[in-house]
Design a protein around this ligand. Structure first.
Ligand code: HQG
Length: 180
């Protein structure tokens, strides 16, 4: 499988497993899992040639480990980033002192006003390293990096989670905990 093809399939998998399973007529269970055999047959229904070995390669080599199998590899799901309502069964954990969020200038007035909101996703996404936040912000233009006082938030009752692929998640970040 060449890299370009892998990227294309992986982007489509993100769409299906996070946002629009109905795009291929797939159903996700309440925890976001799809049956691997059903996923493959529905991905291939319009003439695709994705087999289990290629899927496994995509899951294993994906740059952000966006997808995960269950133990016996009969189910697959996206590890984070959903807009469909599913329960990832995340365990609350203690965050580091601070976390980063990458955004762009044009959102700053709203963020200063309302804080960071999850918008169409299930959580606000944060990272421990600045580089990741720069990449996230760069998807929309010139990146602006915000620092979130996560330890202080947790002390004051806010909950933090980490997805299977290491993304820090929380429900919202009021502006008073953000360093602009
Ligand atoms: C902004 C990708 C106005 C927020 C990335 C962001 C990430 C506000 C946008 C993952 C706001 C939402 C998530 C407010 C937040 N007013 N704008 N009050 N609060 N925003 O895509 O964090 O590559 O839902 O700053 O790498 O950009 O797909 O979130 O710009 O990990 O795996 O509203 O998606 O992962 O955008 O990205 P998103 P995000 P993948």
């Amino acid at each position: 499988m060449n890299e370009q093809y892998k990227r294309k399939i992986s982007a489509f998998m993100s769409l299906v497993l996070r946002h629009k399973p109905q795009e291929i007529g797939l159903l996700l269970d309440e925890n976001g899992w799809a049956s691997v055999s059903e996923f493959l047959s529905k991905m291939n229904a319009k003439g695709g040639l994705l087999d289990f070995e290629s899927l496994e390669e995509i899951v294993l080599t994906n740059d952000k480990k966006r997808f995960a199998f269950n133990d016996d590899k009969t189910k697959i799901r996206a590890s984070q980033g959903h807009s469909v309502e599913i329960n990832l069964d995340l365990k609350e954990i203690t965050p580091p002192e601070s976390l980063y969020h990458g955004t762009v200038e044009k959102f700053l007035p709203e963020i200063k006003n309302k804080g960071l909101l999850k918008m169409s996703r299930q959580h606000v996404h944060l990272s421990t390293d600045k580089e990741t936040a720069i990449k996230v912000g760069s998807r929309r233009g010139n990146p602006v990096i915000l620092i979130v006082n996560s330890a202080e938030m947790q002390k004051e009752g806010y909950k933090f989670y980490q997805s299977e692929n290491g993304v820090w998640l929380t429900d919202n970040v009021p502006a008073k905990y953000i360093q602009f």
